[in-house]
Write a protein that binds this ligand. Sequence first.
Ligand code: FAD
Length: 296
Amino acid sequence: MDDVIIIGGSFAGLAGALQLGRARRKVTVLDTGLPRNRFAGHSHGLLGHDHKPPQEILAAARQQLARYATVKLVNARADAISGAVDDFTVRTSDGSSLKARRLLLTYGIADQMPATPGFAECWGKSIVPCPYCDGFEVAGQHWGLLWSGPHSLHATTLYGDWTDRLTVFTDGHALSNDERADLARRNVAVVDGKLATITHSDGQLATVNLDTGRSVAIDVLFAHPRNRPSASLHEILALETVEHPLGFTLKVDDRRQTSHPGIYAAGDLANPMASVTLASSQGAMAAIFAQQSMLA
Ligand SMILES: Cc1cc2nc3c(=O)[nH]c(=O)nc-3n(C[C@H](O)[C@H](O)[C@H](O)COP(=O)(O)OP(=O)(O)OC[C@H]3O[C@@H](n4cnc5c(N)ncnc54)[C@H](O)[C@@H]3O)c2cc1C
């Protein structure tokens, strides 16, 4: 039996495995190799690893984990979880049944691409979600923001630290008069109509084309598609969740334990503020609290 099975071997999961390996705990990490930022050429903002391809950072982490004999990395999907604290069972896609005293869920979330032609091709290249991740490289350029609800208003003020050339695409949302007045006061252009297509060259956006017939040239589009967890394992044990404007995350306490004793969660699956740095730090935290919960 393992001490901990970690489901999801990306930034949160591998950071957890590192702490547990250093505490000489027996760990299996199950992973399907699809980190959320795999569409991006570079990952930004992680101390010591700024502007590196995400897969390069993860490969280095996997290589460093090879030092720890008690950590096993397995390319397999977790398909089911059952049991209770000190006696969990995880069934995997390769037909194995693994047992552990604790579980750490770090299987992340998946962004749901709209059907708009060109959108998915530009995702991670010139359509991006986060200015902290990708804003510096396009600072001062003409940014677009695809409005996805009242939470989008905050983005229009936030982006002011990177550019003063911002166009909001309402994408069929009804903005209130107050919102429009606020945007006008800050010289943010507003373009109505629903997104129809994106014209691009190899993922590099050229124009946003609307169902009104209007086309607008911009350099980068910030967008926040709805998302959902990358697996549904949390549903099996009916773990509690927290709703957000674009989806939901697993509810965790200040030790990163979910509503089910002995099951911990970290990374984007349990934190709406997506970041490699936060996923890694929370993965480490969750692992340490899981380890400390097993002390005699
Ligand atoms: C386009 C884009 C660009 C980004 N750029 C940056 C950036 O520059 N800097 C930054 O800090 N953040 C960036 N982010 C955010 C960053 O990608 C996430 O915060 C981070 O990947 C979260 O790490 P995680 O470990 O929680 O989940 P993920 O990295 O999504 O990893 C989840 C892992 O679980 C695996 N998995 C899923 N289901 C199962 C299962 N059933 N069994 C086993 N394994 C499973 C997946 O294959 C995957 O490897 C970006 C996000 C996007 C979408």
